[in-house]
Design a protein around this ligand. Structure first.
Ligand code: 5GP
Ligand code: 5GP
Ligand code: 5GP
Length: 209
């Protein structure tokens, strides 16, 4: 087969706050392994182009195979938990992310490389520590967008894009953080373009989980 050409310029590493996935009208389900830790989990590592567009579903012949990441499954359950219903073991979420996004970076990594790289990048950030050091905790309190971004910039060296969703009462809450990673997936970089996430307003809840 022809070697896949690189069809992206950088990656978004997208982290989700489980409290905000669950604290919605739709609610959530804990995975089979039990309630995840109260920490940011991975949503995905997404190849993206500088113009804001992105490739997806690049190789239908390379379906997710859990046996290829058997040594990573413990870490994936902990740091990349699924919160979708009905309760499941995560294979559907991981399979979706690999097939939609990971297969578009086959020039760079195979399935094992995709998951191990995303896990390593998440570990490097220690986002919750950065927020706590800046006085921002998942305590159900409200924070400004600039305080959240400033604390993460201080603690990690990089300013993420912050995406919000709404709790059951309609309050804006901190849902996802988008960090940018270079095309070789070796280091964090300033983002070339913002993702299409929803706006936050300036009064942002950080719910407990
Ligand atoms: P996306 O296409 O938005 O990258 O991936 C979201 C898909 O993964 C949706 O089909 C969603 O139902 C599923 N999914 C499974 N578990 C989770 C989870 O914990 N968080 C999010 N955001 N999506 C999940
Ligand atoms: P600026 O680029 O001037 O900082 O912001 C332009 C607009 O984008 C403002 O409405 C600001 O609130 C919004 N914005 C900037 N950064 C973020 C972010 O990380 N998340 C969200 N949701 N909006 C942002
Ligand atoms: P949503 O419409 O919920 O923001 O995004 C749905 C799905 O589309 C995401 O889970 C992700 O798979 C994909 N997506 C949305 N925005 C972006 C983006 O800016 N870049 C990339 N690479 N994928 C995105």
């Amino acid at each position: 087969a022809l070697a896949a050409a690189q069809d992206y310029d950088f990656f978004f590493l997208v982290l989700q706050w489980p409290g905000s996935y669950c604290d919605t009208k739709k609610s959530c389900c804990y995975p089979k392994s039990g309630k995840p830790a109260a920490d940011f989990g991975i949503h995905g590592l997404w190849p993206n182009r500088d113009d804001g567009t992105y490739p997806q579903d690049c190789n239908p012949d390379n379906a997710f195979d859990p046996s290829k990441v058997s040594d990573l499954l413990g870490s994936m359950r902990k740091n990349w938990p699924t919160l979708a219903c009905p309760t499941n073991d995560g294979v559907r979420f991981w399979g979706h992310e690999w097939e939609k996004h990971g297969t578009c970076a086959e020039n760079l990594f195979d399935e094992h490389g995709y998951f191990s790289t995303a896990l390593r990048l998440r570990d490097q950030l220690r986002v919750l520590d950065a927020l706590r050091s800046g006085g921002i905790s998942p305590d159900g309190g409200y924070y400004t967008l600039s305080a959240i971004k400033g604390a993460i910039q201080q603690g990690t060296g990089f300013e993420p894009f912050v995406e919000c969703n709404r709790d059951e009462s309609g309050n804006s809450q901190l849902y996802q953080l988008y960090f940018c990673v270079d095309a070789g997936a070796t280091k964090f970089v300033e983002c070339p373009v913002s993702p299409g996430g929803r706006p936050c307003g300036n009064r942002i809840e950080f719910p407990a989980f």
